[in-house]
Design a protein around this ligand. Structure first.
Ligand code: GRG
Length: 339
């Protein structure tokens, strides 16, 4: 990420640490579990600087605020809230998916058990709501603050719907690309769209928030498609996930949907995907079928189309400033990201 983004990233970290500060010694371990997930502590709760993810959503929020003509620091409570919702959803997703690792480290639930994992996730969601409620401390008028809270809450229920669609699609090999777009729209694009929309709202571009939201939505769809590619072809050392992890967990991602519909070996792929516990050889065979079907190239090309739509929405918002240029660069770097 560009060095120019460092001031935003530093401020995001400060806002997150303030939002997740321990209120008393008695409950310190609960906050330490959250701090572990956010990359600040190790398993023994000693300070560490672990890889903590890209902080993409808060970054988009701050940059959208500035591009819309606002002072980006005013959006910090919303930025922190967005990252906390994202990380809450990851803690719960890891439980629901039975995932042993996240960002190359053991997941919260594998270290401290399901009960603490669920509770740490729930706490993080509530801390997100408390963080966005502090917009008024940064000079935000009450009506805009309430609108921002409503956007965050609506996004959370949309995320739950997306997660439902994702869970319900497991083992259903007839999922269409349309159904897939509905699912990833809710599961991934909604939070990224809320990030750019909230930034524009706080930045005062009330007549252009829809364009900023569209920018985030289209970007979110492209982002998930790239995530689908990384979930199959990503380098485990870089992504922090096992090889072809999405195939092992039989996720209905776009490369699979495309190959099931177009490959001459779709029957074999479907048979492999029906296996409850695919072996390493099954996984390699499935990846070979996807390769032959050109699934990777197809998804890359779809992601590029959504990225282009995102950039068109940003143009429609008439965003012209260094911050808008950062938004453009971030968007274009997405389709070539490695993690
Ligand atoms: C928010 C109330 C509420 C419920 C959430 C568990 C759940 C319901 C939703 C899960 C949604 C989910 C896990 C979506 C995946 C989105 C995604 C692409 C995650 C990876 O994002 P990155 O690459 O992660 O930005 P980093 O590690 O960089 O932060």
């Amino acid at each position: 990420m560009s060095n120019d983004l460092q001031p935003y990233l530093t401020a995001i970290e400060e806002a997150l640490r303030a939002a997740v500060s321990t209120p008393s010694d008695a409950v310190a371990p609960l906050y330490d579990m959250m701090a572990y997930h956010l990359g600040w502590l190790d398993e023994q709760f000693r300070p560490i600087e672990a890889y903590h993810g890209k902080r993409l959503r808060p970054l988009l929020c701050l940059l959208a605020c500035e591009a819309a003509g606002g002072e980006w620091r005013k959006a910090l409570p919303a930025a922190a809230a967005l990252e906390l919702v994202h990380n809450f959803s990851l803690i719960h997703d890891d439980i629901e998916d039975n995932s042993p690792t996240r960002r190359g480290r053991p997941t919260v639930w594998t270290l401290w058990g399901l009960a603490h994992g669920i509770n740490a996730g729930d706490s993080m969601l509530i801390l997100a709501r408390l963080a966005i409620a502090r917009l008024s401390d940064h000079g935000m008028d009450e009506a805009t603050g309430l609108t921002a809270m409503a956007i965050l809450d609506q996004t959370c229920i949309t995320l739950c719907q997306g997660q439902y669609l994702d869970i319900a699609s497991e083992g259903h090999l007839e999922v269409s690309e349309e159904g897939y777009l509905r699912m990833i729209g809710a599961k991934t694009a909604a939070l990224i769209a809320a990030s750019t929309q909230l930034g524009a709202l706080i930045g005062g571009a009330t007549d252009r928030t829809d364009h900023y939201r569209q920018f985030g939505w289209q970007l979110g769809l492209a982002f998930q498609m790239v995530d689908d590619i990384l979930g199959i072809w990503g380098d485990p050392a870089t992504t922090g996930k096992p090889t072809a992890s999405d195939i092992r967990s039989r996720k209905m991602t776009l490369p699979i949907i495309f190959a099931l519909q177009t490959s001459s070996q779709s029957q074999e792929l479907a048979d492999l995907y029906r296996k409850q516990h695919p072996s390493d050889e099954d996984v390699s065979r499935a990846v070979a079928i996807l390769d032959r079907a050109g699934a990777r190239q197809y998804v890359q090309q779809r992601a590029a189309q959504y990225e282009a739509s995102a950039l068109a929405a940003l143009d429609a918002a008439s965003a012209r400033s260094p911050a808008a240029d950062h938004l453009r660069t971030l968007a274009t770097s997405l389709t070539s990201r490695q993690k």
